[in-house]
Design a protein. Sequence first.
Length: 276
Amino acid sequence: MSLTNNYHIAVPTAFHENENLNVDATLEHIRFLEKLGVNSVLLCASTGEQHSLNLSEKIELIESLESLESLDVSSDFEILFGISSIRQIEAEQLASKISRVPQISSVLIGYPPYILPTQKEALNYTTSIIERVNKQAVIYNNPLRTGFDLSIQSYKDLINNHYISGIKEAGNPQKISELNEVIDSPLIYFAGGEKDLEKKICLGYNGLSSITGNLYPLEVKQRFDSLLKKEDTQDYNLLKNKIDKLFEDSPLPIIKSEISKIENINFGICRTPLGN
């Protein structure tokens, strides 16, 4: 089974004013997006918040997804969940928990920040998670955030030996061109956000993981689809101005504030220092 959606929205995590986890508001936002026509979301990744969540908080989020009936989304709605930890044993525990939750379609495996594993250590870390989760996996390489850069050879080793359905490469975009030359498996190559999206698609990216989609879900998807089809006829200036404005400052506090206003929910704050 492979991922059916090449576009997902990386949803932020809601917190109360005391910075405690707010599961209900997080799920409300997911339901809002699904009702608009969004088909896939990514939790606990790509917003920089997951490293502030401890293991029990991540498990609480996972357990909230165990009933699609209570979540109130369609049966074909795709949920991806991020796994990354500075402690491999905790990543493994999270993977084991996710393996028993059929509502989670796939995991996005990121690398721990700061500790700078070797390529061999990173491969062992990734393999250990994949073997426990028993689901399709997307590999997330983000050297700017982690200080670690997965090599082309390591990518090849993982793809040749495990079921990898996608890659989210936030480092050198030229890697996608290189991978396309040496990998036969059909993969979704996710761009992390809309920056330089047109150039990335020319290099072989065919997927989008969007944070700005939390506020402009259908507009971002329409823009992305038109670029993939090489039918870029829509007026992008209005959306571009909105996105540029969003990134003039720290975007996550602004996104959370706008979610609260648009959806009439209390999505809360970021965990400081974000939002200071």
